[in-house]
Design a protein around this ligand. Structure first.
Ligand code: HEC
Ligand code: HEC
Ligand code: HEC
Ligand code: HEC
Length: 427
């Protein structure tokens, strides 16, 4: 064999070995690729088993013309029942109690006062009504109810800056059929983007995203409120710009910040819940959609096959776990994912505490009056960036399961910026 060929083979072998070593203890890469090439369709049931119906939409009983879950109950009893089961997901973790450093890094912002974990879709209106975070405007209802999306669709973006209480009084349902299907669920369960900002931000690029991912990506994303009319908006125009780096550049470009922190003077950003962005940069992006892992297919006693609309963790559902096996073979997925999550969580705690210390040191430097304005501005820039990268990972709800590489890299970048700021502060 000629030398260059051997050389290429050796390089390829080393690359494969490195890729495998990189995932040691987490996953055996070769195994996955083997199953990926040789797998059949997902799980015991597939979309081919569903009898998609084309039926006339029932009469809407709501005030605003959205066809609600009760209206669809006769046509889709199992889907309506399983969507109702989302109230079973009611467990909440108090993040401020769990990670006390958050109170310090979010100083001056609502999240320092009240920050609990998310729970099921059936609690959205209850939770937004009782949060201790200030919410003067109606734009807080964007991701809570189909009635708000309908109001924007009917009356335009002026609705976003209406007083919260006034609009809240008009809201009838938590997240429901209209949110993801418009009034078209009867058309073979067609998915419809009802949140207008998604189409505004992405335009034709929306078609690059699987509808069963973008449907969730109407809300499980990073977003901001525009300065002009408090409209909810996504900070990018295509999938390539959904990285934390590109989003930061977008915010820098429009001089956007969520609040100016009093003690440090830093113009800080609060990331929201970038599940779609994180997932789309990950290893499953081209292979699966959100429904594949969070909406198990089920078969009722009468034979009806449907997607359960109870959104669950795949680690707590046998059907979904069996889907994983079509590519991951007999890897124990629960152990694999939990291990990966605990590594991400441990790093979060480490970097979060460092960030909190850096914020204190910066606040001290500001108070001392010994630094020039230029020095302080350089420090504030590092502070803004470190907090952004930390937050992008912290607030993502899968704790590393969607894309552990991205989660870890965000924390590494945050730490590097913290270290750089601390070195400047030590001078
Ligand atoms: C269609 C095939 C396929 C299915 C189904 C699948 N995976 Fe994967 N998964 C992959 C591939 C490919 C990789 C990348 C492996 C590599 O890089 O060696 C991967 C990697 C992963 C990783 C590591 C990713 C990271 O960012 O660290 C996790 C965690 C994971 N899968 C969890 C799951 C879970 C949980 C399920 C089921 C709910 C599942 N996968 C179903 C193909 C699949
Ligand atoms: C949070 C978004 C969301 C909500 C809310 C929602 N759906 Fe769905 N629905 C989906 C997704 C995603 C699918 C699966 C599409 C796919 O990948 O095949 C789906 C599938 C369907 C289908 C096709 C059949 C099937 O089982 O896949 C029907 C019919 C349907 N939904 C009706 C409803 C009705 C009726 C409601 C209200 C009771 C509702 N949906 C609420 C997202 C939603
Ligand atoms: C209209 C906005 C919206 C859409 C669309 C949406 N979600 Fe949600 N989702 C939320 C909100 C808001 C919460 C938190 C509710 C609370 O805590 O009161 C949530 C909570 C969840 C939770 C529970 C989180 C936890 O920690 O227990 C899961 C899982 C989930 N969503 C998955 C999905 C999936 C999968 C889709 C797409 C099929 C989807 N969501 C579509 C807004 C949305
Ligand atoms: C490969 C399977 C897979 C895909 C595809 C996937 N997720 Fe997840 N997701 C997971 C796993 C695994 C967890 C961690 C569950 C746990 O900790 O019990 C998770 C956690 C979550 C959570 C936190 C709630 C919980 O139960 O822990 C939300 C919200 C969520 N995913 C939304 C989404 C959205 C939105 C999409 C699409 C943009 C998506 N997921 C795509 C596997 C997946």
């Amino acid at each position: 064999m000629e030398k260059s060929k051997i050389c290429k083979i050796v390089i390829a072998a080393v690359a494969v070995a490195l890729a495998t070593v990189g995932l040691t203890g987490v996953i055996s890469g070769g195994d996955v690729m083997y199953h990926l090439r040789n797998r059949g369709s997902l799980g015991p049931l597939t979309r081919d088993d569903i009898e998609y119906q084309n039926i006339d939409a029932p009469e809407a009983t709501s005030q605003d013309g959205t066809i609600n879950a009760a209206d669809w109950a006769e046509a889709y009893p199992y889907i309506v029942a399983t969507m109702g089961d989302n109230d079973k997901n009611s467990y909440v973790v108090d993040y401020l109690e769990q990670d006390p450093y958050l109170v310090n890094i979010y100083e001056g912002y609502g999240f320092a006062k009240d920050y609990g974990s998310a729970r099921g879709h059936n609690y959205t209106l209850e939770d937004v009504a009782k949060t201790q975070r200030p919410h003067p405007k109606a734009n807080c209802l964007t991701c809570k109810t189909p009635n708000f999306a309908k109001l924007v669709n009917d009356q335009g973006v002026g609705v976003y800056s209406m007083p919260f209480e006034e609009v809240m009084a008009l809201m009838e349902e938590n997240i429901s059929c209209y949110t993801c299907h418009g009034n078209d669920a009867g058309k073979a369960g067609a998915l419809v983007i009802t949140h207008s900002y998604v189409n505004k931000a992405l335009g034709d690029n929306a078609s690059a995203i699987d509808p069963a991912t973008l449907s969730c990506g109407q809300c499980h994303i990073e977003y901001y409120f525009t300065r002009e009319d408090s409209e909810t908006m996504m900070p990018y125009h295509d999938v390539e710009s959904m990285t934390p780096e590109a989003i930061l550049a977008y915010y820098d470009g429009i001089d956007f910040y969520d609040w100016v922190q009093e003690s440090t003077g830093t113009k800080l950003l609060k990331a929201q819940h970038p599940e779609m962005e994180t997932f789309l940069q990950g290893k499953h992006a081209a292979l699966l959609n959100c429904a594949d892992c969070h909406m198990p297919m089920e078969q009722a006693d009468d034979g009806t096959v449907y997607h359960s609309h109870l959104l669950v963790s795949p680690l707590e559902n046998e059907t979904l776990l069996s889907n994983c096996a079509t590519c991951h073979g007999d890897t124990d997925m629960v152990t694999m994912v939990r291990r990966l999550q605990s590594r991400v969580t441990a790093r979060e705690t480490e970097v979060g505490n460092k960030l909190s210390d850096m914020k204190d040191a910066l606040a001290e430097a500001v108070a001392s009056g010994k630094r020039t304005e230029a020095e302080l501005e350089a420090l504030r820039k590092l502070h803004r960036e470190a907090q952004w990268f930390f937050d992008f990972c912290y607030v993502e709800n899968s704790e590393g399961a969607h894309n552990s590489e991205l989660s870890m890299s965000c924390l590494d970048i945050a730490e590097a910026k913290i270290d750089e700021a601390m070195a400047l502060l030590a001078k």
